[in-house]
Write a protein that binds this ligand. Structure first.
Ligand SMILES: *Cc1c(COP(=O)(O)O)cnc(C)c1O
Length: 452
């Protein structure tokens, strides 16, 4: 016989339970009361659908505390070995970028104010000198994300086109009509920009002559897209930006990852520009290692056309992003990027250092959980975030066996600072390459509490 919804305790009564006080202290009385109300509502629904939940005041407070600990955007420890993990927030800001964000957030700034002239300035001017210096471009524009920058670039080449006449066309190789995580599909972005997609070549082979044949009086641009999250192997052929630039049409290159320094065979932004692209767009929070942003570098002609689009206002970057980006770019200008940017540090850390970290963590986990079988094993880390899909980075992971791996993984995800690892067969693997300062302590704390 399940209880009647009317026998549920009142919100006030639950809040008077001794377990409610620490909850109110930690999260605030308002948040705790709201969580108790939600917990009661959930129980009421469970009862109405035939369930038989524990409806003691203590159970209500416990359910509320669970709700509170699961809510919101939270810090997690990334033990997946995927550095730019899209679901875990991609790149991690440097100390200097964090300081710049705090500074910008704590007071007023010259976001849109020209201090020399004492009048209105433009938010689009920040970071431009640094980007020009670092990429050799004529001009630059920073917006909310790379998807937005790509859309604006295409809209800019369409600008002024008379759509009632023959629609303006953008040529793209069939091998580059890709979808990037989060449902960003190149053909759909083209459609939104108003451009007519002119597909050339085949999935595996597109030659320069395919582009050449497709050019007509309506052609506005060639879009070259970095395949990012996949690689076609075998019988393949594609035309590079350098070859495409020999044709009489502007080339827009969406390189996605935005590498400024050499890593694997990733094209560097500066090199893509030098090989003749009129515009290169890329993310701020992939291999660049900065905040979420979309960055366009290239000709003054296209950048100023982009600046003038009404859509640019809708996709503008906020002051916190601009502050973090400027500090990130400073690290590159000063030649300290691989030391200061956590993402680059992680990707470049020597395997021996990662191995030592893994063994150190393994021993500490074993010390708090002697019943587990813990050691360290070679693993493969990845850059992730839709970059370098087949690039394997030698790494080391803590391997935990002797318990239900899925169960342990789930418990660690419930920790105060959730730990996200990887289950492989009967083992839980915690990759040491993607751990940040302080994560070891967080993981040991999480393991300790799983036992308690
Ligand atoms: C990742 C990626 C994007 C999207 O970048 P966001 O910053 O996530 O908007 C666009 N194009 C390419 C080629 C990418 O790899």
């Amino acid at each position: 016989m399940n209880p009647s919804p009317r026998s549920l305790p009142a919100v006030d009564a639950a809040m008077r339970h001794e377990a409610a006080a620490p909850l109110a202290e930690r999260h605030g009385a308002g948040a705790a009361t709201a969580a108790v109300r939600t917990a009661l509502e959930n129980m009421r629904r469970e009862i109405l659908s035939g369930g038989d939940p524990d409806i003691s005041e203590e159970a209500v407070v416990f359910a509320a505390s669970k709700l509170l600990s699961e809510r919101g955007l939270r810090r997690v420890a990334n033990a997946t070995g995927v550095a730019l993990h899209t679901n875990l927030g991609r790149s991690v800001l440097s100390e200097k970028a964090i300081e710049a964000v705090v500074e910008a957030a704590s007071g007023y700034s010259n976001l849109e104010y020209d201090l020399a002239a004492g009048k209105r300035g433009s938010r689009y001017d920040h970071s431009v000198p640094l980007l020009k210096e670092l990429t050799g471009s004529e001009d630059a524009l920073v917006v909310n994300n790379c998807a937005g920058a790509t859309l604006l670039a295409l809209a800019a080449v369409m600008d002024g086109a008379d759509i009632s006449e023959a629609p303006p066309e953008v040529i793209v190789s069939r091998g580059q009509l890709i979808e990037i995580g989060g449902g960003f599909r190149i053909p759909e972005v083209l459609e939104v920009s108003g451009a007519k997609l002119r597909e050339v070549g085949t999935t595996n082979r597109t030659r320069l002559s395919d582009y050449e044949r497709a050019i007509n009086e309506n052609t506005r641009a060639i879009l070259w897209v970095h395949p990012s999250n996949f690689e076609i192997q075998g019988f393949t052929e594609s035309a590079g930006v350098d070859e495409l630039s020999s044709l009489s049409v502007p080339v827009i290159a969406d390189v996605g990852s935005g590498a400024f320094l050499p890593i694997s065979d990733e094209p560097k932004v500066r090199d893509v520009l030098r090989s003749g692209a009129e515009l290169v767009v890329f993310s701020g929070d992939k291999l660049l290692g900065g905040p979420q942003a979309g960055i366009a570098v290239g000709s003054s002609r296209l950048i100023s056309a982009m600046r003038k689009l009404p859509l640019t206002r809708a996709l503008r970057a906020d002051k916190l992003c601009l502050a973090a980006l400027e500090a990130t770019l400073d690290s590159y200008v000063n030649g300290t990027a691989t030391d200061e940017l956590p993402t680059l540090r992680m990707l470049h850390a020597p395997a021996e250092e990662v191995e030592a970290r893994a063994w150190n963590l393994a021993r500490k986990i074993e010390a708090v959980s002697p019943e587990l079988s813990v050691d360290a094993v070679p693993s493969v880390a990845r850059s992730g975030g839709g970059t370098l899909p087949v690039y394997e980075i030698p790494s080391f992971a803590v391997r935990i066996r002797g318990t239900d791996a899925d169960g342990l993984a789930a418990r660690l995800r419930e920790a105060e600072v959730p730990v996200v690892g990887r289950v492989y067969g009967e083992s839980l693997l915690l990759d040491a390459r993607t751990l940040l300062d302080g994560d070891e302590k967080r993981i040991i704390e999480a393991v300790r509490n799983v036992r308690g």
